[in-house]
Ligand binder design. Structure first.
Ligand code: MN
Length: 335
């Protein structure tokens, strides 16, 4: 039986399914959720909810949800125990990168991120794939399910944003998957998504990152200061990576009462996920891929002596984080 048929078999006897996106879901996660919803409907599941934690602050992702009429529920609004099954898409570890407590164990997991194996009735982790959307395109193909224009557009946008734009370590599979969904996709929708505008807060955050950048050889650290827009951090990091001679960037900032980190590296000698974990895991949680990573640090661990609303908070944080980052990038001493 193909993996797609096994997925259908795992869903067939269920009346309801809660598809749980990772916190602050990106297009890969949202498009994968839509694809799983379509497969679940095909398997006869009556009630499907797509839920997420955190927020959707990236202007393109907000436009994605609006234009494609993705009906999303906040995790805080639903009780996943009310559903026959829980599915994690584009994340896999209970209690990590989701508002749900670690006691919620998914029945279905589809993901491409490396990590510890997880248990579940149906688990498909393909770390050699560049996107979770790619795995779902495989399933649709295997099941002979032709995606609607909405689903094809969502998947094509996800493949672009996750891998194909900026040629971010795509595998041949992402190009093949894009070609599979291209005939059904509405390119006008993609065009509108790419044309969606920055919020003023995002532009301000990127402006602060430009102004505060510190460079050491080909690495750079900058802060967006305080921002309400979590997604301004990766956007600032992407932007700074354009600077000539720079191949590794860390952007940090204060969002609500925590410090967020977003890092990028196009230096093949650097695994930015591991570097971030080495440098910051003792202060909170940090990690990710070879080329993209993120993290979250509680203010109380990095600046226990400063009140969260203090004016000099960013100065204190700024005196501690950049050194740690530059140190984490140093090659380990050989014995
Ligand atoms: Mn992904």
């Amino acid at each position: 039986m193909s993996r797609a048929a096994e997925l259908v078999a795992a869903l067939e006897d269920r009346d309801s399914l809660a598809i749980v996106c990772h916190d602050n879901p990106d297009p890969d996660c949202l498009a994968s959720a839509l694809a799983l919803e379509a497969i679940a409907r095909e398997a006869g599941v009556d009630e499907v909810a797509i839920a997420y934690g955190g927020e959707i602050s990236h202007q393109q992702n907000r436009a994605f949800v609006a234009l494609l009429e993705v009906s999303l529920r906040a995790l805080a609004e639903i009780d996943v125990d009310d559903y026959d099954a829980v599915a994690f898409v584009d994340h896999s570890r209970p209690g990590a990168n989701t508002e749900l407590p670690a006691t919620v164990r998914p029945e279905v997991v589809v993901d491409h991120h490396p990590g510890d194996p997880v248990e579940g009735e149906f688990v498909d982790l393909r770390v050699d794939y560049g996107a979770t959307a790619t795995i779902f395109v495989d399933y649709l193909e295997d099941l002979g399910l032709e995606p609607t224009s909405r689903l094809a557009s969502a998947l094509l946008f996800a493949l672009h944003r996750e891998r194909l734009d900026f040629v971010r370590n795509p595998s041949a599979r992402e190009y093949e998957a894009a070609l599979d969904v291209f005939p059904n996709a509405d390119l006008e929708v993609l065009n509108q998504l790419y044309g969606s505008a920055f919020s003023a807060a995002t532009l301000d955050a990127i402006g602060r990152a430009i102004a505060t950048r510190q460079r050491r050889e080909s690495s750079m650290v900058a802060t967006v200061g305080r921002t309400p827009e979590t997604d301004a951090l990766p956007q600032a990091a992407d932007y700074l990576l354009n600077l000539e001679g720079v191949d590794t960037v860390l952007v940090y900032g204060v969002v609500d009462d925590g410090i967020r980190l977003s890092a990028r590296s196009i230096d093949p000698a650097i695994h930015i996920g591991e570097a971030l974990a080495d440098g910051f895991d003792d202060l909170g949680s940090a990690g990710g891929h070879h080329d993209m990573a993120g993290g979250r640090i509680e203010l109380s661990t990095v600046a226990p002596d400063v009140a969260p609303d203090a004016r000099d908070l960013l100065t204190v944080v700024g005196s501690r984080l950049p050194e740690r980052f530059f140190a984490a990038l140093e090659p380990e001493d050989e014995e």
